[in-house]
Ligand binder design. Structure first.
Ligand code: HEC
Ligand code: HEC
Length: 214
């Protein structure tokens, strides 16, 4: 039994190494920075730490997740985009897949800035309980089970959340809930169908104030 566990742990380590090497090889940080400085900095800031609450922070976010979002914003002829946003759709229209990988690598390499901790302690407590434990009564799963106990996410699929603007997070939760953002394959929609408006606001505030680990 012990030997099996050890073997599978070794396998996991090898797989993790294989993944991180391919992530590093995927994008060119300097080329990503060139596009970011010219096109994206006005809204997301030069280092990806947007200071406008409706524009997401990108600094420290996993490269694979960023690249996927940029591809999902693209509007292909005759198709509806899975992440419908007119502003970002126009931003990605001229980008190639390689540009998107370079941008992912650039933002991943930036240090994330922490967010302000809300003064509303009661709301933060509701958010904290939901984030780490979910809600057993109505079957809301813990956010931590996919986004990690520290909110650092798990590449390639689960984005980092810690420190993100509460206002942006709340908008995304509502978009997943209505299905207007559908690039989650229904995963986030399922989580959100049983959450109240107050719970969404509470967890968004809690996420903004989570200390950063990266
Ligand atoms: C005019 C302002 C503006 C500019 C310029 C802009 N963005 Fe955005 N970006 C936004 C907004 C607003 C959103 C949130 C969209 C939504 O609600 O889905 C966003 C979302 C994103 C996301 C999704 C982040 C996440 O956490 O899911 C990525 C990635 C992104 N932008 C990258 C870029 C890149 C790369 C550029 C430059 C090529 C760029 N943006 C230029 C406003 C802007
Ligand atoms: C079963 C796994 C799972 C659980 C549980 C889960 N998430 Fe997610 N979440 C995802 C995946 C996968 C995505 C990325 C979808 C995509 O590719 O765009 C995501 C994306 C998000 C985003 C968008 C991030 C961004 O930058 O735009 C937010 C916000 C979010 N989740 C918040 C939460 C909260 C809050 C909870 C708990 C109430 C939660 N998630 C529970 C899997 C999960």
């Amino acid at each position: 039994m012990m030997k099996m566990i050890k073997t599978s742990m070794a396998m996991a380590a090898i797989l993790a190494m294989a993944f991180s090497t391919s992530a590093l090889a995927a994008g060119d940080i300097a080329k990503g920075q060139e596009i970011a400085a010219g096109v994206c900095a006005g809204c997301h800031n030069a280092d990806g730490n947007s200071i406008i609450p409706i524009n997401p922070k990108l600094a420290g976010q996993h490269a694979e997740y960023i690249t996927k979002q940029l591809m999902d914003f693209k509007v292909e002829e005759g198709k509806t985009s899975k992440r419908n946003n007119p502003v970002m759709a126009s931003m990605v229209a001229a980008l190639t897949q390689e540009d998107m990988e370079n941008l992912g690598a650039f933002y991943d390499a930036q240090d994330a800035a922490s967010g302000a901790v809300s003064a509303n302690k009661e709301l933060l407590e509701i958010g904290k309980i939901l984030y780490h434990g979910g809600n057993i009564e109505n079957g809301v799963p813990a956010c931590a089970s996919c986004h990690g106990p520290t909110g650092s996410g798990v590449p390639p699929h689960y984005p980092m959340l810690a420190g993100q603007h509460a206002e942006y997070t709340l908008v995304q939760l509502n978009l997943f809930n209505t299905g207007d953002r559908s690039n989650d394959d229904g995963v986030m929609k399922k989580v959100l169908t049983r959450m109240s408006g107050e719970q969404k606001r509470a967890v968004s505030e809690y996420i903004q104030g989570m200390p950063l680990t990266k």
